[in-house]
Structure formats: structure tokens, C-alpha cells
Design a protein around this ligand. Structure first.
Ligand SMILES: Nc1ncnc2c1ncn2[C@@H]1O[C@H](COP(=O)(O)OP(=O)(O)O)[C@@H](O)[C@H]1O
Ligand SMILES: C[C@@](O)(CCOP(=O)(O)OP(=O)(O)O)CC(=O)O
Length: 501
């Protein structure tokens, strides 16, 4: 029997609020995906050479070449220091900082004896992301399969990427945020930190959020909006960022020399964090589809150019920000109204969605006017959502033109418009920072789903790679396993696969 912990965190897609969410005056709608990152932790059964030797932690990412890292942990009372082995082929700053700060903080939060006992025979950490996080184009090529959802389903769980972490093509689901969140949370779970600090679960989760935001910002070298870490912790929601100044004072590597000071900033009972999280879910029968575009854009470049333009032309930009912010908020409010409608009038809702599935969104308004059965409130809402999201797109195109940054470039507009011609497609847009990275569609039926997939695979201007994931129904962080695992036990296919990696 081996005490094993597995914690997962979802990927993300920012449906509205790209750029605006960097400013605390605006919020963004982020949907968590059912594509998840998993961190497994278990004893390595390799005792220390002598009672004074450091403890050893090995981290592996089996989907990548040259992706094993060793760390040595030194414990002096409450002070816990983690140093990377200088024999490794590569360094992984994201993993390293998560270990340095999580273990550093735990040294001050749990009894030293537990710290030592948990590390005594060394720890093995395995990190794996759902295949959707990384482009599978090469794998499908090797298998001689076309770039379709059916082909992707034939690839085994946590398949090899046949490359290194630095060379892999990512699909934009936010691998580093999901990785850091699952790793930090798995460490705190494995060392049973909550048992020593019996704060309520919500406060503990807020602390994990703050800690993951801090590590992610430090690893990225900047304080971003943090919507990706937030959805990795809380699942789908509307997000308003925390004041960036909150982390400014600890955003340097000296923070590890003052762990009590860092804990003070990250502990929600000591420092008030002002981020806002309002849970969100898509109404039933709305299905989120995602695709990555092979061309790709460099998000930091897009962001720095848009922000440069906003700084140089504040009047032009601020007006657009206000209009776009208001349109984004209306889309969210309408989607919530639709969800409420599905609960209040489930039969009418189902009928309207079926009717809407049979016609393209441009003709729904006609259906509303022709309705002989009186008002069809659901259909009216669907029309409003479609139209409001089309105004969001118009503002994004205006942003592209004024800033000369390709937020919704023409090629992407043509692809989105082609999707919207299909019966039963409610929304089609560029998520997050936009550019040539990805697109999303929200569709109302299986037939619409298939037709959209057909448009994607037949689109000749760009290579559109479907992803298998959709909205997460499990929210944010999930403790998948925290127990002594007997070999005879039965687990889900995902957990079984992780245990065998
Ligand atoms: N499976 C993995 N195992 C270990 N580290 C990973 C893994 N996936 C991503 N990372 C870390 O995240 C970094 C990528 O971060 P970044 O370029 O910000 O990508 P993203 O936009 O997907 O978050 C990698 O360099 C690596 O440190
Ligand atoms: C511009 C942004 O508001 C949104 C970017 O969202 P993406 O989903 O495009 O991000 P990456 O995963 O880094 O590519 C920047 C931010 O909020 O941090």
C-alpha cells in the first residue's frame, strides 16, 4: 500500500473579455474545459543515504522527451530549501518554483516531523496533461490519420508528444496555469496541510488560488490578469482580476528568504484579495466546441501591441473598451437568463432549442416574428445572444483596425462566418487574445456539431485542428485520489493510466 495523491485542474477558454480583463474595471467570462492537468505524488521508496542527507524529489512528465527533474530538499527546522540537481538535462522553472515555494511555505505551516516523515523515502511526482493541451498533428501524421475528432479519439490517454517541452506546439488551453495549480494543490494535499491548519475548505482553496497565482506570476516574470489560474481553481466563472499591486512586493526571488512575509500576503485571512469570481455554466443543450489553428500567434506580442496603442490613443481605446465591456456583460447576462429559462420552462426551452437547431442564426428573428403560438421567450433570447455576440465581434474587429493588431484577422472572420451559416450555431468567435491561435463555437445540436466539424476540416485558408474537450462539469480543482492505493483496487480509466505512467 502506497499513499498516493492525484489532483487535477482544468484548462481554460476566455470567451469574452480578452485584453479588457487585464484592467480591474472590466470582467471576462472564462470557461473551464474538461481537458485537465494531473499531478500524481507518491513515495519513491528510495531511503536517504544517511540521516543527514537531503531528501530527494523526482518529477517526471512522461509525455515529453528529456523531462525528468531531480530536486534536493534541505530541512532546518521551519526553513525548507529546495535545490534543483545540477545533473539534469534541462530546468523547468514552472515546476521548480512551485516546489520551492510550496515546500517553503509548508515548512512554516505543518510540524517539521510530518514534513520529514512524508519526504523520508523520497517523493515521485508525475505530471500529465490531457492530449488536447498539445497539438496532436504529428501523432496523427505518424498514424496516417486525418485531422478529425474521430482520429483524435484513437490516440491513447496522455500520449507521447514525441518532442521536448520547449519544442511542443500548445493549443492554448493554458498548460502552465493548469500545471502549477494542480501541482501546488497536490503538494498541499499530500502533506495534509489542511489538517494542521483547520481553516474552512473555502479559505483553504482561496489560499491555494493565491499561492498558484503567485507562483505562476513569478514563473512568467510578470503579473498577468490571472484568469487562467482562477479557472483552474474555481472552474467556469466571470472573473475580475485582483489588484496587481497585491503581488508586486513579493514578485522577486528574495521572497523565499521571507516565507512568513509571503504567507501573510497569500493568506486570505491576513490580506484581503479583491478578485471576483461569479460561477457560470452554459445552459443545457449548449455545446462548446474548440479548435486550434496551426498558424498561431504570440500572445505576449499581441498584448503588448494592444496595450501600447491604448496608451498612445487613450480616447479612441477607452471608448471602445467601454462599448466592448458593456457588450461582453450583456452576453454573459443573456447566457445566464437562458440558463434560468431552461430551469423555469424546460419543455418550451427544449422545443425552442430544437427549432433553432434547424435554421441558421440569421433566420431565427424571422422565426420569432412568424411564431403563431404567441411569444417564444427562449427563441427571443437566442436571437439576442447571437446578435450581442456579433457586436462583440464587431468591436474586436474595430480594435484590430485601430490598433493594427490582428485580434480577429480577416481569415478568422471568414472561418467564423462560415460556421455561423450552419443551422444551430449560436456563437462563433476568437477566444482570449484572439489572433491566429484558436476559435470556439457554441452549437445547439449534434447535427450542428458535425456540420461545424465539416467546415473546419474543409477550410482551406488555414489548418483548423479540432479539440475533443468541452466545458468542464467538474468545476475547477479536483482531488482525484488521496489514499493508500492497493494494487487490487479499481479506479477510473484516467486514474489507472496515471498510476501506470
Ligand atoms: N506536461 C508538463 N510537464 C511539466 N511542465 C510543463 C508541462 N506542460 C507545461 N509545462 C510548463 O509550462 C511551460 C509553458 O508555459 P507557457 O509557455 O506559459 O505556456 P501556456 O501558454 O500553455 O501556459 C513549460 O515551459 C513548462 O515549464
Ligand atoms: C489578452 C488576455 O486578456 C487574454 C489572453 O488569453 P489567451 O487565452 O489568449 O492566453 P494564452 O493562454 O496566454 O495564449 C491576457 C490576460 O488576460 O492575461
Amino acid at each position: 500500500m502506497t499513499h498516493t495523491t492525484i489532483v487535477s485542474a482544468p484548462g481554460k477558454v476566455l470567451l469574452t473579455g480578452g485584453y479588457l480583463v487585464l484592467d480591474p474595471a472590466f470582467s471576462g467570462l472564462v470557461v473551464a474545459t474538461d481537458a485537465r492537468f494531473y499531478t500524481l505524488i507518491r513515495p519513491a521508496h528510495s531511503p536517504r543515504a544517511t540521516a543527514t542527507s537531503p531528501f530527494r524529489i523526482t518529477v517526471r512528465s512522461p509525455q515529453f522527451q528529456s523531462a525528468t527533474w531531480t530536486y534536493w530538499v534541505h530541512i532546518h527546522g521551519k526553513e525548507v530549501q529546495v535545490a534543483p540537481s545540477n545533473e539534469d538535462e534541462s530546468r523547468n522553472t514552472f515546476v521548480e518554483l512551485a516546489l520551492v515555494y510550496s515546500l517553503g511555505m509548508m515548512g512554516h505551516l505543518i510540524p517539521t516531523e510530518r514534513m520529514k516523515a512524508t519526504l523520508d523515502s523520497g517523493l515521485e511526482i508525475v505530471i500529465a496533461g490531457n492530449n488536447d493541451f498539445y497539438s496532436q498533428r504529428k501523432e496523427l501524421d505518424n498514424l496516417g490519420l486525418p485531422l478529425t475528432a474521430d482520429s483524435l479519439k484513437q490516440i491513447p490517454l496522455f500520449a507521447s508528444t514525441h518532442t521536448t517541452l520547449s519544442k511542443v506546439n500548445k493549443t492554448g488551453l493554458g498548460s502552465s496555469a493548469a500545471l502549477i495549480t494542480s501541482l501546488v494543490a497536490a503538494l498541499f494535499t499530500h502533506f495534509k496541510v489542511q489538517d494542521s491548519n483547520p481553516k474552512d475548505t473555502l479559505t483553504h482553496k482561496q489560499f491555494l488560488h493565491n499561492a498558484a497565482q503567485f507562483v505562476h506570476c513569478l514563473a512568467q516574470g510578470k503579473v498577468g490578469s490571472g484568469f487562467d489560474v482562477s479557472s483552474a481553481v474555481w472552474g467556469s466563472h466571470t472573473y475580475r482580476r485582483f489588484r496587481p499591486e497585491l503581488l508586486q512586493e513579493v514578485m522577486n526571488h528574495d521572497a523565499k528568504n521571507d516565507i512568513p512575509g509571503l504567507l501573510k500576503v497569500l493568506d486570505p485571512s491576513q490580506t484581503k484579495w479583491d478578485n471576483e469570481v461569479v460561477p457560470f455554466q452554459l445552459a443545457p443543450r449548449l455545446h462548446l466546441m474548440l479548435a486550434d489553428i496551426d498558424a498561431g500567434s504570440h500572445t505576449p506580442t499581441l498584448v503588448s501591441n494592444v496595450l501600447k496603442w491604448r496608451k498612445n490613443k487613450p480616447e479612441e481605446a477607452n471608448g471602445l473598451w467601454d462599448h466592448l465591456g458593456a457588450a461582453n456583460d450583456r452576453v454573459v447576462a443573456l447566457l445566464k437568463e437562458l440558463d434560468q429559462m431552461s430551469k423555469d420552462h424546460p419543455k418550451d426551452y427544449a422545443l425552442a432549442v430544437e427549432k433553432a437547431s434547424e435554421a441558421p442564426a440569421t433566420s431565427w428573428e424571422g422565426l420569432v416574428r412568424q411564431s403563431i403560438l404567441g411569444r417564444d421567450a427562449t427563441m427571443e433570447l437566442l436571437v439576442k445572444i447571437y446578435e450581442e455576440f456579433q457586436s462583440v465581434r464587431r468591436y474586436l474587429r474595430e480594435m484590430s483596425e485601430l490598433s493594427e493588431v490582428p485580434v480577429e484577422p480577416k481569415e478568422q472572420s471568414r472561418l467564423l462566418d462560415a460556421c455561423l451559416e450552419i443551422p444551430g450555431v449560436l456563437m462563433a468567435g476568437v477566444p482570449g487574445a484572439g489572433g491566429f491561435d484558436a476559435i470556439f463555437c457554441i452549437v445547439l445540436s449534434d447535427a450542428a456539431r458535425e456540420a461545424v466539424a465539416g467546415v473546419w476540416s474543409g477550410f482551406e485558408e488555414m489548418s483548423v485542428g479540432p479539440l475533443l474537450c468541452t466545458e468542464s462539469v467538474d468545476g475547477g480543482l479536483v482531488v482525484e485520489l488521496s489514499e493508500s492505493v492497493a494494487t487490487t483496487q479499481t479506479h477510473s480509466a484516467t486514474v489507472q493510466r496515471l498510476l501506470s505512467l
